[in-house]
Design a protein around this ligand. Structure first.
Ligand code: ZN
Length: 153
């Protein structure tokens, strides 16, 4: 794989890691988890904590499908505009770059929407549970799942 020399050894929990972000190619974020052509780069997984870290490229009008954060997460919106939990006008947060946000354990995001071309970095301390309108699990994205999706790109 073209990226191979820049990949980190994800499954070796005792190694430190460094990723030169622009040397990784963007991959399409898995269909069914988002609307619109969202791309991502998986930067790290941490089997010892269950955490995973990625950067996302989200074109204007794209969104992530309904999900629950099983563990908390922190993000840094480096570019653009992101509405979380409905945005400021609907009880949630509107992030405008450069912006930082913390989402607690069990935060439910019915729609995370990008009004402009946006990019953000996020560390997830646990899986993302993508759910339907009734709360049934459609896809549980653990660090292993994220790594598998990334390696299948
Ligand atoms: Zn979310």
């Amino acid at each position: 794989m073209e990226n191979a020399s820049h990949e980190v050894s994800h499954q070796s929990p005792l190694d430190g890691r460094y990723v030169q972000i622009e040397k990784l190619e963007w991959a399409s974020f898995p269909e069914g988890l988002c609307e619109g052509p969202i791309k991502w780069k998986l930067l790290n997984v941490s089997p010892e904590t269950g955490a995973w870290t990625a950067i996302f490229d989200c074109p204007a009008g794209s969104s992530f499908n309904r999900h629950v954060h099983i563990g908390p997460g922190e993000y840094f919106l480096t570019k653009g505009y992101m509405e979380v939990r409905g945005g400021d006008n609907d009880g949630g947060s509107t992030a405008i770059a450069p912006g930082y946000g913390y989402e607690p354990c069990n935060a439910q995001h019915d729609k995370t929407y990008f009004k402009e071309d946006s990019e953000f970095y996020m560390t997830f301390l646990g899986p993302l549970n993508f759910i339907d309108e009734d709360g049934n699990t459609l896809a549980l994205v653990t660090w292993q799942g994220a790594q598998t999706a990334w390696e299948m790109k």
